[in-house]
Design a protein around this ligand. Structure first.
Ligand code: FE2
Length: 438
């Protein structure tokens, strides 16, 4: 007897009427009309069933600290970094742990079951590293947390960053971070990239750098990152996060840059929620959009994800661990409203970041982990449109979170008594049924 069968699911690849059979913690079969009996059945009723949301770029050490010790008055990246510097000496391991665990609860509720978090290693106490390594163990049964050793104050610029980064990696932090555009000169930025990529190559680790998070079109560290990736044979293991300067770069230069990035199989993470408010702050009008060239990078075959970056911290006062917020903002900022482009935005918060993190057993196929989310939506586009309710969140075959379907009760004469915003509802009006069938 199977443990669970999900009936009548729509899948992100467009298949409909699919049953998903689950045996213990793995998917056993994916096919229409599975006959086997199961201890539990969930009728998806033509709704979207997806592998979990994945956030490839987050800061778990600063999350939920909004207003501590004060609010970012200018709203700029640099004031955010300064503010974080004011808060750091007052951090305690207990408070960091509590905030991170609370954030992970939010994430689970929204079907976000894997997060890559940068952790600042420039505090000599490495409090945040110790706290998040403990959190990683605590949440492991329900959420995969991957940590990046992040020299927030600059690998070369901050006096102890070199030692602290090595200590953090020795403790078990698994990805090498960096922030070349925050070093004092372009030359120092290049030197930092070289040193950090060599550390990753020596230790057999992945790299994920905050790179060119700037409106300066001459901030070209991504070129060095791609070149070092190729030199050291790190293809497919290196991620450039943000890359916002690409928005402002000369088009001819970009026509040379993107093929280099593709040859290096560089992974890209754009953070649309943060960068649309942080970038372009020095512009009057027109104000530049603060995001890298997502559709062009996707068209060149690069793996591109949308990350959340920050939720309620010195850099960003909003957010709720909902990757559909990031997908929606990315879609709008990049003008990706074609139907394939909208689907690509959904993939940018599911499959693509899973590839970037190197998650094993991710997907909907026999042998994959039974990690699934049933949404109150018929397909990926409707999920993004509605920030659809995560009706059931399943981890290793067990339901770990549920949300009631969104619906409003109406009190209008001559109108239906309830409104359902989905076009997927089987109880919807006949013309909608016809539209679904066509
Ligand atoms: Fe970041």
């Amino acid at each position: 007897m199977l443990d669970l069968v999900i009936r009548d699911a729509n899948l992100p690849d467009g298949r409909t009427g699919i049953d998903i059979a689950i045996d213990k913690d793995r998917i056993a079969e994916v096919a229409p009309g599975i006959r086997a009996e199961a201890a539990r059945e969930i009728d998806a009723s033509g709704r979207l069933v997806t592998p979990p949301f994945v956030d490839a770029h987050f800061h778990m050490d600063s999350t939920l600290s909004y207003g501590l010790p004060r609010i970012n008055a200018s709203g700029t990246l640099l004031e955010g970094i300064a503010l974080w510097g004011e808060l750091k000496p007052h951090l305690t391991r207990e408070a960091l742990t509590e905030r991170a665990l609370e954030y992970c609860d939010w994430a689970v509720g929204h079907g976000l079951l894997a997060i890559r978090s940068h952790v600042d290693i420039c505090d000599d106490r490495l409090l945040a590293v110790d706290a998040l390594l403990e959190v990683k163990k605590t949440v492991k049964p329900y959420l995969d947390l991957q940590l990046v050793a992040f020299p927030q104050d600059g690998y070369l610029r901050s006096p102890n960053a070199r030692d602290n980064l090595a200590r953090a990696l020795d403790k078990g932090v698994e990805v090498v971070g960096g922030i070349p555009h925050f070093e004092r000169t372009m030359a120092d930025g290049s030197a930092a990239i070289r040193a950090l990529c060599e550390i990753a190559a020596d230790r057999g680790l992945m790299v994920d750098m905050h790179c060119d998070e700037s409106d300066d079109p001459m901030s070209r560290h991504v070129e060095t990152l791609a070149a070092e990736t190729r030199r050291l044979g790190l293809n497919g293991r290196v991620t450039g996060s943000h890359l916002t300067s690409m928005h402002s770069m000369d088009n001819y230069y970009v026509s040379k840059l993107i093929p280099l990035m593709a040859e290096a199989e560089l992974r890209v993470v754009a953070n649309p929620l943060i960068n649309i408010v942080l970038q372009g702050r020095h512009d009057t009008y027109p104000k530049r959009r603060g995001m890298t060239r997502v559709p062009e990078l996707m068209a060149a075959g690069l793996t591109v994800a949308f990350g959340q970056d920050c939720v309620m911290d010195p850099w960003y006062p909003l957010g709720a661990a909902d990757m559909l917020d990031a997908a929606s903002m990315g879609l709008h900022v990049a003008m990706m409203t074609g139907s394939d482009a909208m689907r690509a935005c959904f993939m940018a918060v599911t499959e693509n970041p899973a590839r970037i993190l190197g998650l094993g057993g991710y997907g909907i196929a026999p042998g994959c982990y039974a990690d699934l989310v049933i949404l109150q939506a018929a397909d990926p586009v409707e999920a993004v449109r509605l920030r659809a309710a995560r009706l059931h969140v399943i981890r290793r075959g067990a339901v770990i979170a549920e949300t009631a379907p969104a619906a409003a009760t109406l009190h209008l004469p001559g109108r239906p008594t309830s409104v359902d915003y989905t076009l997927a509802s089987k109880a919807g009006p006949p013309d909608r049924q016809a539209r679904r069938a066509s």
